[in-house]
Design a protein around this ligand. Structure first.
Ligand SMILES: Cc1cc2nc3c(=O)[nH]c(=O)nc-3n(C[C@H](O)[C@H](O)[C@H](O)COP(=O)(O)OP(=O)(O)OC[C@H]3O[C@@H](n4cnc5c(N)ncnc54)[C@H](O)[C@@H]3O)c2cc1C
Ligand code: FES
Length: 256
């Protein structure tokens, strides 16, 4: 796929929970082509500091606008929290391999997300709104501060189940406490994104029950284009780059 580097105007920045922000920018050309699971590489400042772009999943793409959903964790992402309406945003993308769309005969589609790993699943939920399968989001966060209103998922017909480490919202414990919602059916398809230990537990569950799945991985990135090999991770096919060979991989091929 052709990557486009462009500057788009910021439309809005919203703090949607104590931890998370949503940044929306006007980008009709990008909104038209981006697929669930792909990411964009953002130049967060106009100077050289930080030097490298920062990768973010596309959270939503509709009505000519693109949204990211992010948690400020360091210099780059904190700079994004200062963006104002009309500011130019330098974006490279869409990048990486998207999720495979579920086949028509799939009876249950399960998203398993930890924290900010929920980001690629909103655009995915939008894309499969018309699919007849039961759709479930199993979401795990550290505490209430790491949850957010999930009505947009519900509007897309997705049942939302939440677990928090401290039990402040939903079931107390890790997201694996919610695995009993997953149908042990050969057609069930699992899509996961989040911390590596969480994805390892999803892989173990899928292997035990013979279920198919895909996982979106995160790694610190430099070029974002498959050139520097800095984001390589081990897989059953050898080392692969998250930015170019991924970020979406067959769940069974990941080596944790
Ligand atoms: C394909 C992809 C999609 C992503 N999508 C999102 C998203 O939708 N929303 C979101 O909030 N974040 C997302 N991230 C993570 C995001 O890119 C990082 O949080 C961001 O680059 C951190 O930059 P910084 O300058 O704020 O922090 P830095 O100062 O660079 O780092 C702060 C801390 O975060 C760690 N860190 C940095 N990048 C990563 C990473 N990729 N994975 C794990 N730890 C990291 C650093 O080691 C350090 O401890 C994604 C990453 C990838 C690779
Ligand atoms: S960031 Fe350079 S190869 Fe992935």
């Amino acid at each position: 796929m052709k990557q486009i580097q462009n500057t788009y105007p910021v439309v809005a920045l919203k703090k949607i929970s104590p931890t998370y922000f949503r940044l929306t920018f006007q980008a009709p050309s990008l909104a038209k082509v981006v697929k669930p699971g792909q990411f964009i590489h953002i130049k967060v400042s106009e100077g050289f500091e930080p030097f490298f772009r920062r990768p973010f999943s596309v959270y939503r793409a509709h009505q000519g606008k693109v949204e990211i959903f992010f948690e400020p964790v360091g210099k780059g992402s904190c700079l994004l929290t200062a963006k104002k309406k009309g500011d130019p945003l330098d974006v490279l993308g869409p990048l990486g391999k998207p999720f495979t769309m579920p086949a028509k005969d799939v009876k249950q589609i399960v998203f398993v997300a930890g924290g900010i790993g929920v980001a690629p699943f909103m655009i995915f939920a939008d894309a499969i709104k018309g699919h007849k399968a039961e759709k479930i989001l199993l979401y795990g966060g550290r505490s209430k501060a790491h949850t957010f209103p999930m009505n947009e998922f519900r509007k897309d017909g997705v049942k939302v189940c939440v677990a928090t480490d401290d039990g402040s919202v939903g079931v107390k414990g890790r997201v694996s406490e919610l695995f009993n919602k997953i149908a042990i059916d050969p057609s069930t398809k699992i899509y996961t994104c989040g911390p590596r230990p969480m994805m390892a537990s999803v892989q173990a569950f899928a292997r035990i029950h013979g279920l198919k799945g895909e996982a979106s991985c995160e790694e610190v990135m430099a070029c974002g284009l498959g050139a520097c090999l800095g984001c390589s991770i081990p897989t059953t096919k050898g080392y692969q780059t998250v930015c170019h060979d991924g970020p979406v991989f067959d769940l069974n091929e990941l080596v944790f």
